[in-house]
Design a binder for this molecule. Structure first.
Ligand code: 6PG
Length: 465
């Protein structure tokens, strides 16, 4: 029997996706750089409704596939992906597709797509979200590449994807690197959301002095409300966990230095290249960077003076409102970056569709995504989600809370970089008259860069004397 798909790379995500496919009745050929992973995988797949075959030889692996062939690569991004594409290409024929399901830089995906374009072989960059559990039981998937490859892969993709009220959380979002770009922005939003959760945890820990269990209970209460989401549930679980050796809350034994693999940073870099600033995401990426300078911060606490002032402790309702406003604003920045990228790369991204495929399966799944999808289906002014009436009114309800939280934190000397950045962006977007007249005046004063006048066309210079 010929296999429906070949999965190369039996790491955590690769094997979970392959098992998901087999569970859904597909015949899957698998292979891996080192053979030792193949037999345990086949044992795990035994008894599922589809079937699996393992191949240590790449030629035999490709030969096992139905034509036109689909090969899903689940290998580390970068050199390993390039090496696999080089090894596979001579073995593939017209109409075959290579899908890269890793977290690749969309610029690499565009180059890889361009390198095979016209050769008959197709290259697809696909974002997969949901971690191991999502991959096994139903991820959210953002597929790029050609319509031909999508038609070939779609039945399998829809069968294995997470399900939101009968709709699979997968779509062909656009050509070439669009899938990986959308996944990158997803991760940027993930960074901002996690940072805001951490900031609110910090306010309760340091400003209110609450014990871990009480902070966890607050996040648990929020699970049912407008903040209902996977990340708020996860925050409640993380704070409820106890470390078995010491009996202390798990969170108290974790060093406050965060790692990152790069996707959040890519969002910020691409946003800046496109003339945008996803400032809440940027703050989250930056905060992870500062967090890793542990020794400098220890010295900083001894050396720097906060000048803290008395403050009014925000209520739980204010903290909830701040998190909600911050979450809306971070998503709005992410969607804005995608809108500008869509125009620059001629992708025709459908923002409502993207919000819809994030409603289940992915790390940022939340009750708000359905609200965002509705906002994008309505009339959108200037490509900004926050200008949709439903979003503007949600912001109007939550902004007072966000303001009180940011002010209180500032007075206390408690860092809230992502919440502050989100608020500053909101206020900048709400100001019909900003302060860039001063920037333009200064640029013309020292560099004769010229400026536009409010009352005449063309470029002008000031009478600077
Ligand atoms: C997902 C996640 C997943 C992972 C990222 C971010 O959507 O399933 O985003 O891809 O969490 O690799 O990891 P870092 O926080 O290490 O950058």
């Amino acid at each position: 029997m010929r296999a429906d798909i070949g999965v190369y790379g039996l790491g955590t995500m690769g094997s979970a996706l392959a098992l998901n496919m087999i569970d859904n009745g597909f015949v899957v050929a698998v292979s891996n750089r080192s053979d030792d992973k193949i037999a345990p995988f086949l044992k795990e797949a035994d008894g599922l409704s589809g079937s699996a075959e393992g191949h240590s030889d790449l030629g035999a692996f490709v030969e096992a596939l139905k034509t036109p062939r689909t090969v899903l690569l689940m290998v580390p991004s970068g050199k390993a992906t390039d090496a696999m594409i080089d090894a596979l290409r001579p073995l593939l024929s017209d109409g075959d597709t290579i899908i890269d399901g890793g977290n690749a830089d969309f610029n690499d995906t565009r180059s890889r797509h361009a390198a095979v374009d016209g050769s008959g072989v197709h290259f697809v960059g696909m974002g997969v979200s949901g971690g191991e559990e999502g991959a096994r039981r139903g991820p959210s998937m953002m597929v790029g590449g050609s319509a031909h490859s999508w038609a070939q892969f779609r039945p399998m993709a829809e069968a294995i994807a997470a399900d939101f009220e009968g709709t699979p959380c997968v779509a062909h979002v656009g050509p070439d690197g669009a899938g990986h770009f959308v996944k990158t922005v997803h991760n940027g939003i993930e960074y901002a959301d996690m940072q805001m959760i951490a900031e609110i945890y910090g306010i309760q820990r340091d400003m209110a002095g609450l014990p871990v269990a009480e902070i966890g209970a607050m996040f648990a209460r929020w699970k049912q409300g407008p903040l209902s989401s996977y990340l708020i549930e996860s925050a409640a679980d993380v704070l409820a966990a106890t470390e078995s050796q010491t009996g202390r809350p798990m969170i108290e034994v974790i060093v406050d230095s965060a790692g990152q693999k790069g996707t959040g940073r890519w969002t910020v870099i691409e946003a800046l290249k496109l003339g945008q600033s996803a400032s809440a995401i940027e703050a989250a990426v930056g905060a992870r960077g500062w967090s890793s300078e542990k020794e400098a911060r220890v010295a900083g606490q001894d050396t720097l003076t906060l000048g803290a002032q008395s403050f009014e402790m925000p209520s739980e309702a204010d903290l909830e409102a701040a998190m909600l406003a911050g979450r809306i604003l971070a998503h709005a920045q992410g969607f804005r970056v995608m809108a500008v990228a869509s125009e620059a790369f001629e992708w025709s991204l459908d923002m409502a569709q993207i919000a819809e495929i994030w409603r289940a399966g992915c790390i940022i799944r939340s009750a708000l995504l359905d609200v965002f999808a509705d906002a994008f289906r309505g009339t959108l002014r200037h490509d900004h989600m926050i200008l949709a009436p439903a979003m503007a009114s949600r912001l109007a309800e939550t902004l007072p809370g966000l303001r009180r939280v940011v002010v209180a934190a500032n007075l206390a000397g408690q860092p809230v970089p992502a919440l502050s950045a989100a608020l500053a962006w909101h206020d900048s977007m709400a100001a019909a008259r900003g302060t860039a007249d001063m920037i333009q005046g200064l640029r013309d004063y020292f560099g004769a860069h010229g400026f536009e006048r409010i009352d005449a066309d063309g470029a002008h210079h000031g009478d600077w004397g």
